[in-house]
Design a protein around this ligand. Sequence first.
Ligand code: G3P
Ligand code: CA
Length: 241
Amino acid sequence: MTKVFAHRGASGYAPENTLPAFALAEEQGADGVELDVQLTRDGQVVVIHDEKIDRTSDGEGFVRDYTLEELKAFSFHAQMEEYRGVKIPTLEEVLKTLKPGKMQVNIELKTGIFRYPEIEKKTIDIVRRMGMENRVIYSSFNHYSIQEILKLNPLAETAYLFSDVILHMEDYGKKTGVQGLHPAVYHLYMPELLEDYKKSGLKIRVWTVNRKEDMKKFIENDLEAVITNYPDLALEVRKQV
Ligand code: G3P
Ligand code: CA
């Protein structure tokens, strides 16, 4: 059965990559969450999508220029009262919240070894400390980062993210030791690619699947997961397939 992963948490309803967004994903019954990690100036792993804090918070500037304590002074932009004052969480805070549940956690390493030396080791160490190795899938657009993860933990579950259509991506994925591919939704509008990925035996998790008709198609094709901002909607569609 195709799993439903909440993209940056249930980000269609709550501020992305925050504790309330992950809690809501769980409440809605998602099978997993996807989240993004970056490093602070003092080397803490924090959960945030952009390299800068401007779009999502009341602060400005690069995550890497702030210590964790400084970052915690900023709050998320929020329309709804209940989300006012929400802070950028650390990876550890998120995993602590998720640990009692069952959801899988797809950790996307942003930027990776070029900008954040040792982000891979720091991330792996936190996951190990939390005892959540068997619930985590590491992904990145930076495939060097994924290779680094595999060097540090050959048993880690990994996947390549990619947004351009690349020929024979599935051969490359298999040859270089990942178990999954995370293509952008528009790749799979090409029936040939959908068929190639299905035949590959790799776990295909598609992002970001927010339209009902796409959810239906990928669920019918029995892909590994749809990564969506609206997990409740995808779960509803899955019930009807
Ligand atoms: O991991 C899937 C998706 O999140 C990748 O794109 O920009 O939303 O991090 P982005
Ligand atoms: Ca992401």
